[in-house]
Design a protein around this ligand. Structure first.
Ligand code: SAM
Ligand code: DTB
Ligand code: SF4
Length: 319
């Protein structure tokens, strides 16, 4: 096992040493970190995801079914009605969700816009139900971030998605630096940062570690790190990408657990393509959060009943 002092690895070179050690050593190490930081709270956080505004997005993110630039079959819809969102949130609560995450296919939002005021109303309603509230609405101004915090948002999701270098191969309508700017606004407003990425967009393993290196530099540290496997979307430039090797996914999860010991590591999009055994290995490596419910934003997710059965089989409590 790579000797670890009490300081987690943060720089690319040390992340790379941790990542490339023999798999079982890496797992022993991530397990030890997991036990130390989460021993009393072992279990899997259940998050329910809802697309409150689907499709028609101005951005050209090469993986996304909701970009208006690609013919993906996803139709542009209007912002969901407040009551309809509240009903979904009630059902999520009933089903045992600890966190309710709402996503909107927008480039971003700013204070004063009518659509932003509507989202603030929705957040205030959902907050009353007593779940953690997460939103992902694209780019933010400082003031918009402050208003989201005041409305009751726990965490703001804004992913880096890949390394600084690879980002320009995937998105041209905004930059990696734009992503960082929004994350800084979230931090200044006092919301938790939920930030991760996607594996399987033609990046190298080094690119993934470079993304992790940037996450490790955040101050404060990200509260949660969603790790998505690309779900190739028909009509997008990345439609033909091959699935990634499961062991590369497991290695990245374990390295993330070691580098960001307090973060919730969320095994996010792409679980429909993973066997139960592969998912078990991801939980063993340090993943402790999932989206549950049979739909992500536009793409499918495992059936709720199958997830419950899997967690029961593994003896993992919903947390
Ligand atoms: N528009 C906002 C933004 O870009 O931040 C929020 C919604 S966006 C759909 C949220 C995240 O979903 C993306 O950053 C990406 O990590 C993930 N995602 C989108 N499409 C995906 C796909 N086909 N496969 C895996 N992850 C995907
Ligand atoms: C995240 O990292 N993954 C979620 C959430 N944050 C918003 C989104 C996954 C989207 C998968 C593709 C889709 O449903 O369109
Ligand atoms: Fe728009 Fe977000 Fe999809 Fe990019 S990832 S196209 S910003 S919805």
């Amino acid at each position: 096992m790579v000797a670890l002092n009490s300081v987690p690895p943060k720089a690319f070179d040390s992340l790379s040493v941790v990542y490339h050690q023999p798999l079982f050593s890496l797992l022993e190490q991530s397990r030890q970190v997991h036990r130390t930081y989460w021993g009393q709270k072992e279990g899997v956080q259940l998050c329910r995801l809802l697309s409150i505004k689907t499709g028609g997005c101005s951005e050209d993110c090469g993986y996304c079914a909701q970009s208006a630039r690609y013919d993906t079959g996803v139709k542009a819809e209007r912002l969901m009605d407040r009551q309809a969102v509240l009903e979904e949130a009630r059902q999520a609560k009933q089903a045992g969700a600890g966190r309710f995450c709402m996503g909107a296919a927008w480039k971003g939002v700013r204070e004063g816009e009518a659509k932003f005021e509507s989202v603030l109303d929705i957040i205030r309603d959902v907050k009353q139900l007593g779940m953690e509230v997460c939103v992902t609405l694209g780019q933010l101004t400082d003031e918009a971030a402050r208003q989201l915090k005041a409305a009751g948002v726990t965490a703001y999701n804004h992913n880096l998605d890949t390394s600084p270098d690879h980002y320009r191969n995937i998105v041209t309508t905004h930059s990696f630096e734009d992503r960082l700017r929004t994350i800084r606004s979230v931090q200044r407003a006092g919301m938790s940062v939920c930030c991760g990425g996607i594996l399987g967009m033609g990046e190298s393993e080094d690119d993934r570690l470079k993304m992790l290196e940037v996450l490790c530099g955040f101050d404060p540290s990200p509260e949660s790190v969603p790790i998505n496997c690309l779900m190739p979307q028909e009509g997008t430039p990345l439609a033909g990408q091959k699935p990634i090797d499961v062991f590369e996914l497991v290695r990245l999860i374990a390295t993330t657990r070691i580098a960001l010991p307090r973060a919730r590591v969320r095994l996010s999009a792409g679980r429909t393509a993973l066997t139960r055994e592969a998912q078990a290995l991801c939980f063993f490596a340090g993943a402790n959060s999932i989206f549950f419910g049979d739909k992500l934003l536009t793409a499918p997710n495992p059936e709720e009943s199958d997830d419950r059965a899997l967690l029961r089989t593994l003896g993992l409590a919903p947390a």
